[in-house]
Design a protein around this ligand. Structure first.
Ligand SMILES: [Zn+2]
Length: 398
């Protein structure tokens, strides 16, 4: 009996010390390399449209290139086919989207052993097996559809697999969270047709950027689960409509959808969220007090100086983890993923999560917070892939 007790306590001791010496960083690296990692929002095309760089090798600027993607274990990087709201309602909307798609096609054509445009879940899985980074296309802002459903079919053919209905302004499809002009109080009649046709074609409805009214109408209308491709939890940024309220996250989860957490500091903490508006107020006061003319040069210089005297409150890895924890707590582990917004949120990324080489850091953080390996895998890709597959199945049957 005594010997048995001794053996049991020895076993307990061994288990305990094994726990203490667990190589979390090593586990994180292994999980990141074994698991498909999906990031649903990276703004590479827009970045390269401004200043071309060969992303198949190391790049001086930006947050995405092949060596860093490999280092971070990134496998499925949704390329944002982003159209600025200033082109809404003009011919330029469609031609600009075409230009963005052409950039991704060039990335693939220049380095086919490193990058491949993926159009299906099967494509993405095959690319992972082949050791090639998959680049599916997501359209950010539906204005390139130009009020004509045949353009929706056309962009599906070109490879678009999700559409963010609106961007900074209310467009002919839907109202935007950033635009006080809610001209439709949600979706327009055309927007309703767009959502239904997206379901039939197999294009995921992205509920990021849209107003709350639009979100609730999409939730009623869509036959397949939507995804917020790059939004965070409004719980941490009260009043910021671009993020999702608890009620919205829970409704999204109930439908089987997923919220992909945005890394921009202003999406993560109230301090960072308020930084821009506070600086704008200080600038307005500065030009009023000194009788100055408002020019972009003056504003740039003011911002530069302001940032020196009022350092930007960068969010941290812990803030990102807090958002994931929050979604898991209020909705469940099956409804959260990553939509970093790399190359899209300027100099506002959290310490330690500055580019696509950092997914291993996130995995390490999740393990340190006690997430089991199977749960980490759901966050890295399982949850999103479930929605993408459901979207494909619905389209095949309709
Ligand atoms: Zn965006």
């Amino acid at each position: 009996m005594k010997a048995l007790l001794a053996a049991v306590s020895l076993l307990a001791l061994t288990a305990c010390s094994a726990e203490e010496t667990r190589d979390v960083a090593g586990d994180a690296k292994r999980i990141a390399s074994e698991t498909i990692i999906v990031d649903t929002h990276i703004d590479v095309p827009y970045r390269l449209g401004h200043a071309w760089e060969d992303v198949s090798g190391p790049t001086a600027k930006g947050e995405f290139d092949y060596p860093r993607a490999v280092a971070g274990g990134l496998n499925v990087a949704f390329m944002s086919i982003y159209t600025p709201s200033r082109y809404d309602g003009t011919e330029k909307a469609k031609t600009h989207a075409e230009e963005m798609i052409a950039i991704v096609e060039k990335i693939e054509a220049d380095a086919p052993t490193k990058f491949r445009i993926a159009r299906t879940v099967a494509d993405a899985e095959k690319a992972f097996k082949d050791g090639v980074v998959a680049l599916p296309l997501g359209m950010e802002n539906g204005s390139p559809i130009m009020g004509d459903l045949t353009n929706l079919d056309y962009f599906f053919e070109r490879g678009i697999r999700y559409i963010t209905l609106a961007h900074a302004k209310s467009n002919d499809i839907a109202d935007s969270s950033y635009d006080p002009n809610h001209q439709w109080n949600g979706l327009s009649d055309f927007g309703k047709q767009v959502v239904t046709r997206m379901n039939e074609l197999g294009i995921i409805v992205d509920v990021s950027h849209i107003s709350d009214d639009t979100f609730w109408q999409v939730m009623e209308l869509t036959a397949v689960p939507p995804v917020a491709t790059h939004s965070s939890a409004r719980h941490f940024t009260p009043g910021f409509e671009r993020n999702m309220s608890d009620e919205m996250i829970q409704a999204l989860a109930k439908k089987g959808g997923v919220i992909m957490i945005n890394y921009g500091s202003s999406f993560l903490t109230e301090a960072a969220n308020k930084y821009g508006p506070t600086m704008d107020e200080a600038y307005a006061k500065h030009i009023a007090d000194n009788g100055l003319e408002d020019t972009s040069e003056l504003k740039d210089q003011f911002e530069k100086d302001y940032r020196v005297t009022n350092p930007y409150p960068y969010a941290t890895l812990d803030d990102v983890l807090d958002h994931i924890d929050h979604v898991v707590k209020i909705a469940g582990i099956d409804y959260v993923g990553i939509g970093s917004d790399f190359d899209g949120v300027g100099d506002s990324l959290p310490e330690g999560l500055k580019d696509v080489s950092s997914y291993t850091t996130l995995v390490e953080g999740l393990l340190n917070r006690g997430y089991k390996e199977e749960d980490v895998k759901k966050i890295l890709s399982g949850n999103f892939m479930r929605v993408w597959r459901t979207t494909e199945e619905y389209a095949a049957a309709h």
